[in-house]
Each structure stands twice: as C-alpha cells, then as structure tokens.
Design a protein around this ligand. Structure first.
Ligand code: ATP
Ligand code: MG
Length: 398
C-alpha cells in the first residue's frame, strides 16, 4: 500500500530523558544532534521536537523498507528507548483514519490490534476514547480478518494529536535506552581487542559519557594485530556515536624490561599498574575524569579482589568497572548485540599475552608490589609512553 498523501516519519521515543526535569530540553537537543550527526546515509530531511518525542521527516517517496532500516539504526543510538515508523497527517479524523490504515498495513503480519490515541492538546475536540473507537471501527472495516484485543495484541496503533498535526504509527522497534552521548562528561576506557572492554565502553557511552580509549599493544615485541582489531572495534562503535578517540600505545619494550628484573609472579600486576598510570595521564590531557575497564570479579588472575585493589592503588582517578558483577555469558550476549564479538574473538597477541609468568600472583600485597616497582623509572616511562602515543579520532556527532 502506498503512503498516499501523508508524510513518512520516524518517531523517536525516550524514557529517561523525559524524567530529567529542567535539563530535559538540553538532553533532547543532545539526542537530536547525535541522531542528526549519525544518519548521514539515510534519506532524512530534518528532525523536529514535539511534546516528548523527536520526529524524523523522511524524503518523499522513501519506501517502507528503507524507513524501517533507518528506524532500526536509530534504535541503536544511546538515549533512544524506541523508534516507530508512521505518518504525519492533518488534524482531521478522516486523515487520521486513512493514515492509520496505511500505518497498520505496514505492521503486517498481525491478527489482533488495538488503537491507543492521545491528545497532547485538549483543543482537539475529540477525546482519546472516542478516537480509539472511531479509528478502531475504520480499521476493522479495512482489515476484516483482524480482531481488536485490549491486552496481549499483536500490534498497537498509536495516534498522537499535537498542536498543528497528528501522527499515527503501528510499527515499533525497541531501542537501547540510556542517555545521549555527551550528557555525562568524558571517560578514558582501557580498550583491549578482547570481548569485555568494548562492552564496558559501550555501557558507559550508553550512560551518556563521551568515551576516549587507550589501547596497549605488545609491539615492538609482538605484531601490531591487536592495534588493527581495536581500530575495527572503534569503527563499529563509531556507527552509533559511542567512541570519540583511541590512543594507541606500544608497551612491549617496557614489559620486556619489567619481565627481566621483576619477580615473575608480580609481572602482570606491574604491567597493569603501568597501563593504569599511562591511562590516567592521557585522561588528564584530554579532560577525562575517570578510567573504565572491562574487569569482572574473579574472571582471571589479574581480576581477583586483591589484585584489583593493587592496580587501583597505582592511580588517584576513580576507576569504573561496569562489568564487575556480570557473568561472561551475559557479556558475550551484549558483545554480539553491539557487533564487536566477531572482531574480539580473532586471535591477536597484545600486551597481556606477552611475557606471562607461569603462575601469576593472585593475592598481591601493595607494599610488596611498590617495592618491586621502585626498581623502574616509572615516572619517566609514563612521560615517554604518553609522548609516543598515536591518536585516532572518530567522527562523533557534536
Ligand atoms: P578484555 O576481554 O576486555 O580484554 P580480559 O578478560 O581479557 O578483558 P584482562 O586481560 O585481565 O581481562 O584485562 C582486564 C581489563 O584491562 C580489560 O577489560 C581492559 O579494560 C584492560 N586491558 C587489558 N588489556 C589491555 C590492553 N592491551 N589495552 C588496553 N586495555 C587493556
Ligand atoms: Mg584481554
């Protein structure tokens, strides 16, 4: 069925932003900017704000499939709770009914439906109950095989009457939720090419943080494969505006020196403390106020409680560990959903696999570690490493 005279739109719904009181309009503008900055490849004319929603206006003649693809894409942008494909029409019952028929046809296949109408302005003479009944009756005539069902229906036909127009839609896609990137400050994420850290970064981006990242490769002692994988992970996260920048740092030669002179069991802790110190220094240079890792309690030797305390003590900045209580299987499910899993499961040596001791310490004591560390010119190393860091900026909408 053709779209007829009605303009094709995508409605963007948001939950949390709606709760933000005075800040609401700031959050809405941020989301609007982010969406506009990311949907370059889609046939979008403009985006407007209307009472509690963003409306994306699509080019005339945009086919339904393209509109639905665009709606699925927008649903993956942080801050979006749901997207719906529908139509804008005049505030006349005839138009609302006709547009609802087209909208419902696009939600096929379905057997049962209900109409849920709402007036944002009571200046519209017909109340929502009457709209539900009238539009419902017209839809029953248009779809004689379908039945109205008030609970557990296959499709809900929504009608929203606003100041100068009305919208109707029946096809909705759940979004990722959260807050728009750019509404919660800046973070520095320690990003490996493994499964966990891209998920940790994404979770913080979903809470509205602008995420810069730092990756430590084992070069020149290993190949640079992990650097390319992390770059690919960056490109995936860039699509939804979740990553701003990656610093790439070669740690191999420092690890070699540590491995030569430090008690083997403490090597990993020392590598990790060096990583945290470099990350903290980089964070300060770019205005990030906390570090983020993909650690999950007890997952590997370096993630026991004692060892986590020991790496924490190497920096003064807060460290966020969004996955600390999450099981690996759940992390994997999220990695699939955000599109990083395939890249993360490719084999790559990085600084974690380099010069590993046979039995790493699992209960490190801070004074013992500090003593071992005092053999190295850490302060000068951090300075040198930060100076040599390579920087890749991603297209971020703002
Ligand atoms: P991931 O899957 O994220 O690599 P992991 O299970 O392999 O995690 P570890 O190797 O102990 O666990 O790393 C714990 C965290 O330390 C990672 O989630 C990441 O935040 C950080 N990290 C580890 N290796 C690197 C690296 N090469 N570059 C940057 N950060 C790293
Ligand atoms: Mg790892």
């Amino acid at each position: 069925m053709a779209a007829g005279p009605y303009q094709r739109v995508i409605l963007i719904h948001y939950h949390e932003i709606g709760l933000k009181g005075h800040n609401r309009s700031k959050f809405e503008s941020r989301l609007m900017k982010n969406v506009l900055g990311l949907i370059g490849g889609y046939p979008v004319v403009t985006i407007h704000k209307i009472s509690g929603r963003l409306i994306v206006f699509l080019k005339e003649g945009t086919p339904r499939e393209e509109a639905q693809r665009c709606a699925s894409f927008i649903a993956r942008i942080p801050g979006v709770a749901r997207t719906s494909c529908g139509f804008k029409c005049p505030r006349e019952m005839d138009d609302i009914e006709q547009a609802s028929i087209i909208a419902l046809a696009e939600a096929e296949p379905f057997r049962t439906f209900k109409v849920a109408a709402r007036r944002a302005h009571t200046d519209f003479p017909i109340d929502s109950m009457t709209m539900n009944k009238d539009v419902g009756a017209v839809l029953c005539d248009a779809f004689p095989d379908a039945q109205v069902k008030m609970k557990g229906m296959d499709v809900e036909v929504r009608v929203e009457v606003v100041q100068n127009s009305a919208f109707t839609y029946a096809f909705s896609i759940p979004g990722v939720g959260g807050l728009p990137v750019g509404s919660s400050g800046r973070l520095m994420c320690l990003l490996s090419s493994g499964i966990d850290s891209p998920v940790a970064l994404w979770q913080m981006a979903k809470r509205g943080a602008v995420c810069n990242a730092v990756h430590f490769s084992g070069a020149p002692e290993t190949s640079s494969t992990s650097e390319y994988l992390v770059e690919d992970i960056g490109k995936v996260l860039e699509k939804t505006g979740c990553i701003a920048r990656i610093y790439t740092v070669e740690l191999g030669s420092y690890q070699r020196q540590i491995s030569l002179e430090c008690p083997p069991a403490l090597r990993v802790i020392l590598y990790r403390r060096l990583m945290f110190k470099v990350a903290e220094r980089l964070a300060r240079t770019c205005g990030a106020k906390a570090l983020v890792t993909g650690e999950s309690l007890g997952q590997v030797a370096s993630q026991t409680l004692d060892n986590i305390c020991c790496t924490d003590a190497s920096v003064s900045m807060p460290i966020f560990r969004p996955l600390i209580g999450t099981d690996k299987q759940d992390i994997i499910t999220t990695a699939h959903a955000i599109g990083t899993y395939e890249i993360s499961t490719e084999e790559a040596p990085d600084c974690c696999t380099l010069f590993m001791p046979r039995s790493p310490e699992t209960h490190a004591k801070i004074p013992v570690v500090e003593e071992a560390e005092s053999a190295f010119p850490e302060e000068a190393w951090v300075e040198e490493i930060v100076q040599a860091a390579r920087r890749t900026d991603f297209k971020q909408p703002r």
